[in-house]
Design a protein. Structure first.
Lengths: 82, 133
């Protein structure tokens, strides 16, 4: 999947359910409007799940952050995000 | 369901903080303020009814979005504290006292739907809060 579409928060939360089972990943409230996805490296990514939809640019950024951090492969991401 | 649980957690923590304010240690608060970068760069554009942007804060970068100008600025501030790993009880204090705010001109661009994209750089927070703490 080269390009992403906007993802509904509901679908993204289903993805996060899968992601939360990955070792070293924790999910916490990140303020009133974000969900904080934290890797074991200490790096954190804010997901704007208070909105109904998450923009494709953020989805791609989130993918890059996960892949770069070794949390999952791009193929795994693509498989579970859809 | 998963998202609902997280949202309930957030709501519960917010309500609890109103009833039983968390202990804020002044020295720790000052330390978190000192973690804040001296400047941030924001590039933004409009896409599918949202303002979408990329925030660069020193070595850290993250994308964010907002439904309107006010929401976008709020999301920048919240996102910044997330990537800096500031605990939520301290984030609440820092955000309540004001953090990042664009200039009036840049804010007008954000509020003007005819302006499709722009970028700006600024970090502003009340330094008197740091010394007072």
């Amino acid at each position: 999947m080269g390009e992403y579409a906007n993802i509904s928060s509901k679908k993204l939360s289903q993805f996060l359910q899968w992601l939360s089972r990955k070792p070293g990943i924790t999910l916490d409230p990140g303020g009133r409007h974000n969900i904080k996805v934290q890797a074991s490296t200490g790096s954190a990514f804010p997901l704007p799940l208070s909105h109904r939809e998450v923009n494709k640019y953020i989805v791609k950024g989130f993918r890059d952050w996960l892949v770069k951090g070794g949390v999952c492969t791009q193929e795994e991401f693509d498989e579970h995000i859809t | 369901m998963f998202l609902t649980v997280l949202r309930i957690q957030t709501w519960f923590k917010h309500v609890r903080s109103k009833v039983v304010p968390p202990e804020i240690i002044p020295e720790v608060l000052v330390a978190y303020y000192q973690k804040l970068p001296s400047n941030i760069q924001v590039s933004w554009w409009r896409d599918d009814g949202y303002i979408v942007g990329n925030v660069e804060a020193g070595a850290l970068t993250f994308p964010t979005q907002g439904k309107n100008a006010e929401d976008f600025i709020r999301m920048i501030n919240e996102g910044l504290l997330v990537v800096l790993n500031v605990p939520i009880e301290y984030s609440t204090v820092i955000l309540a006292n004001g953090l990042f705010a664009p200039s009036r001109i840049e804010r007008e661009k954000l509020e003007n739907s005819d302006v499709l994209q722009s970028n700006f750089g600024l970090l502003s927070f009340p330094s008197e809060m740091v010394t007072a703490a």
